[in-house]
Design a protein around this ligand. Structure first.
Ligand SMILES: Nc1nc2c(ncn2[C@@H]2O[C@H](COP(=O)(O)OP(=O)(O)OP(=O)(O)O)[C@@H](O)[C@H]2O)c(=O)[nH]1
Ligand SMILES: [Mg+2]
Length: 245
């Protein structure tokens, strides 16, 4: 190939150089220009496609905008002292559970989930604090009620009364409820179905958005699943699906 180019083209150029008149050179240049423009016309479509492809790749790699913001919901978390509110919320925030002390007053945590962020206001459950719960209900979009499924009958009765008050409170009665029957890892724990019966939730639950799930700090995957269903209820807003207890 190289040999034939040297053999044929080089002498041709030399002959042309020596023999062509100025007019001949003009004709040669014109022919070359025509050849190049014809080539560039044929190349325009593939070049345009390449440009579009490169631009799309560049956009995909470099100009990826921020993900859409997750919706945030303000929810209140109540339940008797020792029910496990702080423990569950701390674990959901990937914080250690060492050194958890009873909540005095209230504490607020932003708990992140894949599709939403819950701004949870936990109200301490000690006797001296419970009476002020209702002062912190305003602005809530949902309620988390945590109870100790292994507590004494007397404590369970107290939890039942608190839940009933919350369900009937004017600022909470229309909101979705997530009821967590915690401490399920303990041998004395009552099953979620027993609690549902004992708490007489069916008559109050009709037509409302409720979830009652058993849980424990030992199985946070199940807790996350309960929260994910609770978030679905929060997202549904006024389109109330049937109660799930
Ligand atoms: N075995 C067991 N212990 C738990 C569970 N959840 C919480 N606890 C323990 O129960 C105790 C009280 O937990 P907290 O998270 O402080 O309870 P709380 O509801 O926040 O209590 P207040 O802040 O006083 O209203 C702690 O010693 C926890 O380790 C659980 O699911 N199983
Ligand atoms: Mg607490």
């Amino acid at each position: 190939m190289l040999f034939s180019w040297h053999c044929c083209a080089q002498p041709l150029v030399i002959i042309l150089y020596h023999s062509l008149t100025p007019e001949g050179w003009v004709v040669c240049c014109w022919g070359l220009r025509l050849l190049l423009s014809t080539m560039s016309e044929h190349m325009q479509l593939p070049l345009a496609l390449c440009r579009i492809g490169l631009y799309t790749c560049f956009r995909a790699l470099c100009c990826k905008g921020p993900p859409p913001p997750r919706p945030e919901y303000d929810v209140v978390c109540i339940g008797l002292t020792g029910a496990g509110k702080t423990s569950l919320l701390s674990r959901l925030c990937s914080e250690g559970s060492d050194g958890i002390v009873p909540t005095t007053g209230f504490s607020i945590k932003a708990v992140p989930f894949t599709n939403a962020i819950l701004n949870v206001k936990e109200l301490g459950g000690a006797d001296g604090i419970k009476k002020y719960w209702s002062r912190y209900y305003q602005g809530s979009q949902g309620v988390i009620f945590v109870l100790d499924s292994a507590s004494s009958d007397e404590e369970l009765e107290a939890a039942r009364n608190e839940l009933h008050s919350a369900l009937q409170h004017p600022q909470l009665c229309t909101l979705p409820f997530l009821i967590l029957a915690n401490h399920q890892d303990k041998p004395a724990a009552r099953a979620p179905n027993q609690i549902k019966k004992y708490f007489e939730l069916e008559p109050l639950a009709r037509g409302k958005r409720w979830i009652l799930d058993g849980c424990s700090t030992d199985n946070m995957e199940a807790v996350k699943e309960s929260f994910s269903q609770f978030i679905n209820l929060l997202e549904d807003k006024e389109t109330e699906p049937p109660a799930r207890i």
